[in-house]
Design a protein around this ligand. Sequence first.
Ligand SMILES: NC(=O)c1ccc[n+]([C@@H]2O[C@H](COP(=O)([O-])OP(=O)(O)OC[C@H]3O[C@@H](n4cnc5c(N)ncnc54)[C@H](O)[C@@H]3O)[C@@H](O)[C@H]2O)c1
Length: 457
Amino acid sequence: MKSISRRKFLGSAALGAVGSIGGGGLLTSCTPKESKGYTPLQSEIPVYIPVTGDKANDGKEVRVGIIGCGSRGSGATDNLLTAADKVKIVAMADIFPDRLEGLRKFIGDKWKQTVPDEKIFYGFEAYKQLCALPEVDMVLIATPSIFHAVHVMEAVENGKHAFCEKAAGIDPTSCRLFFSAIKQAQAKGLCIQTGAQRHHHRAYVESYRRVREGMIGNITSGVVKWNQGAMNYRKRRPEWTDMEYMLRDFFSWNWLCGDHVIDQLVHNLDVFTWFSHLKPISVVGMGSQLQRRTGDIFDNFGLDIVYPGGVRVNAQARQIEGCANDISETITGTRGIWTSTDMSIRDFEGKLIWQYDYEAEKAQYQQNNPYVLEHMDLINHIRSGEPYTWEAEILVTSSLTGAMGRESAYTGAEVKWDEYLVSNQSLMPEKLHLGNIENFEKIYVAPKMGKLAPDMR
Ligand SMILES: NC(=O)c1ccc[n+]([C@@H]2O[C@H](COP(=O)([O-])OP(=O)(O)OC[C@H]3O[C@@H](n4cnc5c(N)ncnc54)[C@H](O)[C@@H]3O)[C@@H](O)[C@H]2O)c1
């Protein structure tokens, strides 16, 4: 495992020409026009409103290989097969046979599709074998987040479209790699879709449309939260090595998931990145590990994120029992406030200006599940031959924002976007193997800042 100085990353500079992350290049489908007395928000980034329906457009068969066959890999496969006809699962890869065989059986039982033995791959290199298959058109990636960028890049280098779960990356190295994969995909006319499903949740999409149309005025601040009870975890079994234990309990380990300030909060940070078209300047964060039973990550974070123009976001992430839970985003502008809590816009007197109509949605559409709709949009783009990466680009910014928050909370330092973006911090181990790890118990502990406070008496 690479030893990472908690303070060193700020000084290092590995790569320069990636400053445009979060700064533009998204696809467009419409730019808001002046209407109803609102002035559209100015931005170099065009507004993209996905077209949604009940089923993907008919077209050529799309042959899919799955990398990472656990819970979300299974859920996403089901969502994909629900979203579109003529989608065939042709290959599967995972580290562990029990995970893969569970999904293989599900695909057979529910979807009557058989994946042959010769298209089943195991181990850390399995993704390469799967991506090299000529019959694979698209790769569905649902591995722990540290692997996402590597797996997406392999897919794109082999000319495949990709659906990849969030996060895009959990450190500057993986975020930059993901961004490079996006640029390569754009050059090759490929699609990369990411599992930030709020982008296909119709209430969010309609909210985004109105915020960009100017209904809340210029954005001044936001509050985003993923505060929940204790996170589930896997108890270690005696037969598991250190690495197998971490992989099977990966939401508890920083190098695999990037801490929950990315793993979960990235969804909420991503709503702010998406709606505001902004990338942060700096983050000061704090947090600690109070009650967690496994792993080396924190269980609470509070971040103060500074954006251009004095815009500030208060971001909170907590996984502790018995506290005030809330998973939401609220964005304040010069004219009013949008909140995902009831998908509404109100003025400063509390008067309702706009609210999403779920009943109208139900009357118009049969398919309302954003996890399905995101695959529908992806398949439509693949079938129309139109490259599609806009959501992935936004997610890179949001992922790096979460990583800045984690590093600030771990170190106590203010973390600046321009410095962190080019740092060579990488949480990926130098060698991946399924064995035990020397000094495992000493290496994998949650960071603590200093010792007891000085005695002031
Ligand atoms: N969009 C969402 O709302 C959402 C919800 C849950 C999870 N996720 C994301 O989905 C991803 C997977 O989460 P999960 O809940 O399915 O976890 P999981 O542990 O159930 O599944 C992960 C799978 O990946 C396999 N794996 C691990 N390392 C691998 C490697 N190097 N190569 C191939 N396979 C590997 C594991 O064996 C396991 O089968 C995570 O990135 C998570 O953040 C997204």
